[in-house]
Ligand binder design. Structure first.
Ligand code: 13P
Length: 341
Protein backbone atom coordinates (compact mmCIF):
# COMPACT_ATOMS: atom_id res chain seq x y z
CA UNK A 1 0.00 0.00 0.00
CA UNK A 2 2.81 2.40 0.86
CA UNK A 3 3.81 2.34 -2.81
CA UNK A 4 0.38 3.48 -3.90
CA UNK A 5 -0.62 5.63 -0.93
CA UNK A 6 -0.64 9.00 -2.71
CA UNK A 7 -2.25 7.56 -5.86
CA UNK A 8 -5.05 6.05 -3.76
CA UNK A 9 -5.68 9.35 -2.01
CA UNK A 10 -5.67 11.28 -5.30
CA UNK A 11 -8.05 8.83 -7.02
CA UNK A 12 -10.46 8.75 -4.08
CA UNK A 13 -10.58 12.57 -4.08
CA UNK A 14 -11.05 12.72 -7.86
CA UNK A 15 -14.06 10.41 -7.61
CA UNK A 16 -15.76 12.93 -5.33
CA UNK A 17 -14.63 16.10 -7.12
CA UNK A 18 -17.11 18.99 -6.66
CA UNK A 19 -20.39 18.40 -8.50
CA UNK A 20 -19.42 14.91 -9.65
CA UNK A 21 -20.35 11.36 -8.72
CA UNK A 22 -20.13 7.78 -9.92
CA UNK A 23 -22.28 5.88 -12.42
CA UNK A 24 -22.82 2.28 -11.31
CA UNK A 25 -23.16 0.37 -14.61
CA UNK A 26 -21.78 -2.87 -13.17
CA UNK A 27 -24.92 -4.97 -13.30
CA UNK A 28 -23.94 -8.63 -13.33
CA UNK A 29 -25.16 -10.82 -16.20
CA UNK A 30 -28.23 -11.81 -14.16
CA UNK A 31 -29.13 -8.26 -13.14
CA UNK A 32 -28.67 -6.67 -16.56
CA UNK A 33 -30.92 -9.40 -17.98
CA UNK A 34 -33.67 -8.24 -15.62
CA UNK A 35 -33.17 -4.62 -16.72
CA UNK A 36 -33.23 -5.53 -20.42
CA UNK A 37 -36.22 -7.86 -19.93
CA UNK A 38 -38.11 -4.84 -18.57
CA UNK A 39 -37.83 -3.17 -22.01
CA UNK A 40 -38.31 -6.42 -23.98
CA UNK A 41 -34.72 -6.58 -25.18
CA UNK A 42 -32.98 -9.95 -25.14
CA UNK A 43 -29.79 -9.88 -23.06
CA UNK A 44 -26.87 -10.89 -25.31
CA UNK A 45 -23.27 -9.80 -25.31
CA UNK A 46 -24.15 -7.49 -28.24
CA UNK A 47 -27.19 -5.83 -26.61
CA UNK A 48 -25.27 -5.35 -23.36
CA UNK A 49 -22.44 -3.72 -25.33
CA UNK A 50 -24.91 -1.50 -27.24
CA UNK A 51 -26.55 -0.32 -24.04
CA UNK A 52 -23.27 0.46 -22.28
CA UNK A 53 -21.96 2.15 -25.43
CA UNK A 54 -25.00 4.44 -25.39
CA UNK A 55 -24.35 5.46 -21.78
CA UNK A 56 -20.59 5.93 -22.02
CA UNK A 57 -20.67 7.97 -25.25
CA UNK A 58 -23.23 10.46 -23.92
CA UNK A 59 -21.65 13.79 -24.71
CA UNK A 60 -20.99 16.06 -21.76
CA UNK A 61 -21.90 13.53 -19.05
CA UNK A 62 -18.27 13.70 -17.94
CA UNK A 63 -19.01 17.12 -16.40
CA UNK A 64 -20.98 15.28 -13.71
CA UNK A 65 -19.61 11.73 -13.78
CA UNK A 66 -16.17 11.18 -12.24
CA UNK A 67 -16.07 7.41 -12.62
CA UNK A 68 -18.02 4.43 -13.92
CA UNK A 69 -18.19 1.03 -12.24
CA UNK A 70 -18.05 -1.70 -14.88
CA UNK A 71 -18.87 -5.40 -14.81
CA UNK A 72 -15.93 -7.61 -15.81
CA UNK A 73 -17.40 -8.33 -19.27
CA UNK A 74 -17.63 -4.59 -20.00
CA UNK A 75 -14.10 -3.82 -18.79
CA UNK A 76 -12.79 -6.13 -21.52
CA UNK A 77 -15.26 -4.98 -24.21
CA UNK A 78 -14.81 -2.37 -26.93
CA UNK A 79 -16.95 0.63 -27.78
CA UNK A 80 -18.52 0.91 -31.26
CA UNK A 81 -15.45 2.79 -32.51
CA UNK A 82 -13.15 -0.10 -31.54
CA UNK A 83 -11.46 1.48 -28.52
CA UNK A 84 -11.85 -0.35 -25.23
CA UNK A 85 -14.55 1.04 -22.96
CA UNK A 86 -11.87 1.67 -20.32
CA UNK A 87 -9.85 3.78 -22.78
CA UNK A 88 -12.93 5.64 -24.06
CA UNK A 89 -13.85 6.63 -20.50
CA UNK A 90 -10.30 7.52 -19.46
CA UNK A 91 -9.94 9.75 -22.55
CA UNK A 92 -12.94 11.76 -21.31
CA UNK A 93 -11.39 12.04 -17.85
CA UNK A 94 -13.80 9.46 -16.40
CA UNK A 95 -12.11 6.90 -14.13
CA UNK A 96 -12.89 3.25 -14.97
CA UNK A 97 -13.88 1.06 -12.02
CA UNK A 98 -14.71 -2.62 -11.63
CA UNK A 99 -17.13 -4.67 -9.57
CA UNK A 100 -14.99 -7.44 -8.07
CA UNK A 101 -17.36 -9.35 -5.82
CA UNK A 102 -18.94 -12.59 -7.02
CA UNK A 103 -22.36 -11.92 -5.56
CA UNK A 104 -24.25 -12.47 -2.30
CA UNK A 105 -24.85 -16.15 -1.47
CA UNK A 106 -26.84 -17.87 1.35
CA UNK A 107 -24.95 -17.72 4.64
CA UNK A 108 -24.13 -21.16 6.07
CA UNK A 109 -26.00 -21.66 9.33
CA UNK A 110 -28.35 -18.74 8.62
CA UNK A 111 -29.43 -19.37 5.03
CA UNK A 112 -32.01 -16.58 4.95
CA UNK A 113 -29.12 -14.13 5.26
CA UNK A 114 -26.35 -13.55 2.75
CA UNK A 115 -22.62 -13.29 2.61
CA UNK A 116 -20.76 -11.87 -0.36
CA UNK A 117 -18.23 -14.15 -2.07
CA UNK A 118 -15.20 -13.43 -4.24
CA UNK A 119 -12.08 -13.24 -2.06
CA UNK A 120 -10.35 -16.37 -3.39
CA UNK A 121 -8.04 -15.38 -6.22
CA UNK A 122 -8.92 -11.71 -5.80
CA UNK A 123 -5.29 -10.58 -5.57
CA UNK A 124 -4.58 -11.99 -9.05
CA UNK A 125 -7.77 -10.61 -10.54
CA UNK A 126 -7.00 -7.13 -9.20
CA UNK A 127 -3.68 -7.19 -11.05
CA UNK A 128 -5.49 -7.99 -14.31
CA UNK A 129 -8.13 -5.32 -13.74
CA UNK A 130 -5.50 -2.67 -13.05
CA UNK A 131 -3.68 -3.70 -16.20
CA UNK A 132 -6.97 -3.20 -18.12
CA UNK A 133 -7.28 0.35 -16.72
CA UNK A 134 -9.40 0.01 -13.57
CA UNK A 135 -8.40 2.40 -10.78
CA UNK A 136 -11.20 1.75 -8.33
CA UNK A 137 -13.42 -1.17 -7.38
CA UNK A 138 -16.67 -2.08 -5.70
CA UNK A 139 -17.74 -4.89 -3.36
CA UNK A 140 -21.34 -5.04 -2.18
CA UNK A 141 -22.49 -6.69 1.02
CA UNK A 142 -26.24 -7.15 1.49
CA UNK A 143 -27.97 -6.86 4.84
CA UNK A 144 -31.67 -7.61 5.04
CA UNK A 145 -33.98 -6.36 7.81
CA UNK A 146 -36.69 -8.63 9.30
CA UNK A 147 -37.96 -9.28 12.84
CA UNK A 148 -34.97 -11.40 13.84
CA UNK A 149 -32.47 -10.19 11.23
CA UNK A 150 -29.77 -9.15 10.69
CA UNK A 151 -27.83 -11.41 13.04
CA UNK A 152 -24.52 -10.24 14.49
CA UNK A 153 -23.03 -13.22 12.68
CA UNK A 154 -24.18 -11.91 9.28
CA UNK A 155 -22.96 -8.39 9.97
CA UNK A 156 -19.62 -9.70 11.19
CA UNK A 157 -18.78 -11.96 8.25
CA UNK A 158 -19.80 -9.33 5.71
CA UNK A 159 -17.80 -6.60 7.45
CA UNK A 160 -14.79 -8.92 7.61
CA UNK A 161 -15.03 -9.70 3.88
CA UNK A 162 -15.44 -6.01 2.97
CA UNK A 163 -12.26 -5.18 4.88
CA UNK A 164 -10.33 -8.06 3.31
CA UNK A 165 -11.40 -6.86 -0.12
CA UNK A 166 -10.49 -3.25 0.70
CA UNK A 167 -7.03 -4.17 1.95
CA UNK A 168 -6.31 -6.25 -1.18
CA UNK A 169 -7.49 -3.40 -3.44
CA UNK A 170 -5.20 -0.89 -1.76
CA UNK A 171 -2.26 -3.27 -2.03
CA UNK A 172 -2.92 -3.34 -5.81
CA UNK A 173 -3.27 0.44 -6.18
CA UNK A 174 -7.06 0.31 -6.59
CA UNK A 175 -9.39 2.49 -4.52
CA UNK A 176 -11.99 0.31 -2.79
CA UNK A 177 -15.58 1.45 -2.63
CA UNK A 178 -16.87 -0.27 0.49
CA UNK A 179 -20.58 -0.98 0.07
CA UNK A 180 -22.53 -2.40 2.99
CA UNK A 181 -26.11 -2.13 1.73
CA UNK A 182 -28.94 -2.33 4.24
CA UNK A 183 -31.87 -3.18 1.97
CA UNK A 184 -35.01 -1.05 1.81
CA UNK A 185 -37.31 -3.94 0.79
CA UNK A 186 -38.83 -4.72 4.19
CA UNK A 187 -41.73 -3.37 6.26
CA UNK A 188 -39.43 -1.82 8.84
CA UNK A 189 -39.62 1.76 10.12
CA UNK A 190 -37.00 4.41 9.42
CA UNK A 191 -35.92 4.12 13.07
CA UNK A 192 -35.16 0.42 12.59
CA UNK A 193 -33.18 1.19 9.45
CA UNK A 194 -31.16 3.75 11.38
CA UNK A 195 -30.42 1.31 14.20
CA UNK A 196 -29.34 -1.46 11.77
CA UNK A 197 -27.27 0.90 9.60
CA UNK A 198 -25.56 2.16 12.76
CA UNK A 199 -24.65 -1.40 13.82
CA UNK A 200 -23.40 -2.28 10.37
CA UNK A 201 -21.22 0.80 9.92
CA UNK A 202 -19.79 0.43 13.41
CA UNK A 203 -18.69 -3.10 12.60
CA UNK A 204 -17.43 -2.25 9.11
CA UNK A 205 -15.14 0.54 10.36
CA UNK A 206 -13.93 -1.68 13.17
CA UNK A 207 -12.83 -4.30 10.62
CA UNK A 208 -11.34 -1.70 8.27
CA UNK A 209 -9.19 -0.48 11.14
CA UNK A 210 -8.13 -3.99 12.20
CA UNK A 211 -7.18 -4.84 8.63
CA UNK A 212 -5.14 -1.63 8.23
CA UNK A 213 -7.17 -0.05 5.45
CA UNK A 214 -6.12 3.51 4.63
CA UNK A 215 -9.30 5.50 5.25
CA UNK A 216 -8.05 8.41 3.10
CA UNK A 217 -7.78 6.04 0.14
CA UNK A 218 -11.30 4.55 0.13
CA UNK A 219 -14.91 5.61 -0.33
CA UNK A 220 -18.00 4.41 1.53
CA UNK A 221 -21.12 3.49 -0.43
CA UNK A 222 -23.97 3.21 2.06
CA UNK A 223 -27.74 3.09 1.88
CA UNK A 224 -29.62 6.15 3.00
CA UNK A 225 -31.58 5.79 6.24
CA UNK A 226 -35.08 5.27 4.97
CA UNK A 227 -38.28 3.35 5.86
CA UNK A 228 -38.68 -0.07 4.19
CA UNK A 229 -40.76 -0.07 0.99
CA UNK A 230 -43.57 -2.04 2.66
CA UNK A 231 -43.74 0.26 5.67
CA UNK A 232 -47.03 2.21 5.67
CA UNK A 233 -45.31 5.19 7.23
CA UNK A 234 -42.86 6.64 4.70
CA UNK A 235 -40.52 9.38 5.88
CA UNK A 236 -40.28 12.70 4.05
CA UNK A 237 -37.15 14.04 2.36
CA UNK A 238 -36.09 16.17 5.34
CA UNK A 239 -36.47 13.30 7.79
CA UNK A 240 -34.40 10.98 5.61
CA UNK A 241 -31.67 13.62 5.30
CA UNK A 242 -31.56 14.20 9.07
CA UNK A 243 -31.56 10.51 10.00
CA UNK A 244 -28.93 9.62 7.40
CA UNK A 245 -26.59 12.41 8.46
CA UNK A 246 -27.00 11.62 12.15
CA UNK A 247 -26.10 7.99 11.51
CA UNK A 248 -23.11 8.75 9.27
CA UNK A 249 -21.73 11.44 11.59
CA UNK A 250 -21.68 8.92 14.42
CA UNK A 251 -19.96 6.16 12.49
CA UNK A 252 -17.86 7.40 9.57
CA UNK A 253 -14.44 8.83 10.43
CA UNK A 254 -13.66 12.25 8.95
CA UNK A 255 -10.57 10.78 7.25
CA UNK A 256 -12.84 9.10 4.68
CA UNK A 257 -12.87 11.57 1.76
CA UNK A 258 -16.28 10.78 0.40
CA UNK A 259 -19.56 8.97 0.83
CA UNK A 260 -21.27 7.97 -2.42
CA UNK A 261 -24.80 6.71 -1.85
CA UNK A 262 -26.50 3.83 -3.62
CA UNK A 263 -30.08 4.45 -4.76
CA UNK A 264 -31.34 0.99 -3.79
CA UNK A 265 -34.77 1.17 -5.43
CA UNK A 266 -35.65 4.80 -4.66
CA UNK A 267 -37.20 6.55 -7.65
CA UNK A 268 -34.75 8.64 -9.63
CA UNK A 269 -36.06 12.05 -8.56
CA UNK A 270 -36.41 11.08 -4.90
CA UNK A 271 -32.81 9.84 -4.81
CA UNK A 272 -31.71 13.22 -6.19
CA UNK A 273 -33.85 15.16 -3.70
CA UNK A 274 -32.44 13.19 -0.74
CA UNK A 275 -28.83 13.84 -1.74
CA UNK A 276 -29.57 17.51 -2.32
CA UNK A 277 -31.27 17.90 1.07
CA UNK A 278 -28.20 16.47 2.82
CA UNK A 279 -25.85 18.79 0.96
CA UNK A 280 -28.10 21.81 1.65
CA UNK A 281 -27.44 21.18 5.35
CA UNK A 282 -23.97 22.57 4.86
CA UNK A 283 -20.47 21.25 4.98
CA UNK A 284 -19.96 17.77 6.41
CA UNK A 285 -16.68 16.05 7.30
CA UNK A 286 -16.76 14.17 3.98
CA UNK A 287 -18.04 14.94 0.47
CA UNK A 288 -21.55 13.52 -0.05
CA UNK A 289 -22.22 12.36 -3.59
CA UNK A 290 -23.79 9.52 -5.55
CA UNK A 291 -22.93 6.13 -6.99
CA UNK A 292 -26.34 5.37 -8.43
CA UNK A 293 -27.29 2.52 -10.71
CA UNK A 294 -31.03 2.51 -11.23
CA UNK A 295 -31.57 6.19 -10.29
CA UNK A 296 -29.18 7.30 -13.06
CA UNK A 297 -30.21 4.77 -15.68
CA UNK A 298 -33.94 4.06 -15.38
CA UNK A 299 -35.21 6.89 -17.64
CA UNK A 300 -32.52 6.18 -20.25
CA UNK A 301 -33.33 2.48 -20.34
CA UNK A 302 -37.05 3.25 -20.74
CA UNK A 303 -36.35 5.74 -23.56
CA UNK A 304 -34.03 3.38 -25.45
CA UNK A 305 -36.11 0.17 -25.71
CA UNK A 306 -33.33 -1.33 -27.83
CA UNK A 307 -34.05 0.93 -30.84
CA UNK A 308 -31.10 2.70 -32.47
CA UNK A 309 -33.41 5.63 -33.33
CA UNK A 310 -34.05 6.17 -29.63
CA UNK A 311 -30.39 6.56 -28.68
CA UNK A 312 -30.45 10.40 -28.69
CA UNK A 313 -33.51 10.47 -26.41
CA UNK A 314 -31.96 7.87 -24.11
CA UNK A 315 -28.70 9.84 -23.90
CA UNK A 316 -30.65 13.01 -23.14
CA UNK A 317 -32.46 11.22 -20.31
CA UNK A 318 -29.17 9.93 -18.85
CA UNK A 319 -27.53 13.36 -19.22
CA UNK A 320 -30.37 14.97 -17.30
CA UNK A 321 -30.08 12.56 -14.36
CA UNK A 322 -26.30 13.01 -14.32
CA UNK A 323 -26.65 16.80 -14.41
CA UNK A 324 -29.34 16.93 -11.71
CA UNK A 325 -27.41 14.59 -9.42
CA UNK A 326 -24.27 16.66 -10.04
CA UNK A 327 -26.23 19.67 -8.80
CA UNK A 328 -27.50 17.69 -5.78
CA UNK A 329 -23.92 16.73 -4.93
CA UNK A 330 -23.38 20.45 -4.29
CA UNK A 331 -26.81 21.19 -2.78
CA UNK A 332 -27.79 23.22 -5.87
CA UNK A 333 -30.68 21.07 -7.11
CA UNK A 334 -34.21 22.32 -7.41
CA UNK A 335 -37.24 20.36 -8.69
CA UNK A 336 -37.66 22.91 -11.57
CA UNK A 337 -34.55 21.33 -13.06
CA UNK A 338 -36.71 18.31 -13.86
CA UNK A 339 -38.77 20.39 -16.33
CA UNK A 340 -35.84 22.17 -18.00
CA UNK A 341 -34.59 20.58 -21.24
P1 13P B 1 -28.56 1.18 -7.21
O1 13P B 1 -28.29 2.67 -7.17
O2 13P B 1 -29.52 0.78 -8.31
O3 13P B 1 -28.89 0.64 -5.86
O4 13P B 1 -27.22 0.48 -7.69
C1 13P B 1 -26.06 0.89 -7.11
C2 13P B 1 -25.17 -0.26 -6.93
O5 13P B 1 -24.10 -0.30 -7.47
C3 13P B 1 -25.62 -1.33 -6.03
O6 13P B 1 -24.57 -2.19 -5.77
Amino acid sequence: MAMYEQALIDTAKALVAPGKGVLAADESTGTIKKRLDSINVESTEATRQAYRNLLFTTEGAEQFISGVILFEETLFQNADDGTSFARLLADKGVIPGIKVDKGAKPLAGSPEEKVTEGLDGLRDRLGEYREAGARFAKWRAVIDIADDRPSDYCIHVNAHALARYAALCQEAGIVPIVEPEVLMDGANSIERCEAVTDRVLDRVFDELKTQRVLLEGMLLKPNMVIAGKQCPQQAGVEEVADATLRCLRRRVPAAVPGIVFLSGGQSDEVATAHLDAMNKRGPQPWVLSFSYGRALQAPALAAWRGEPDNIPAAQQAYYKRARNNGAAAEGRYSPDMEDAA
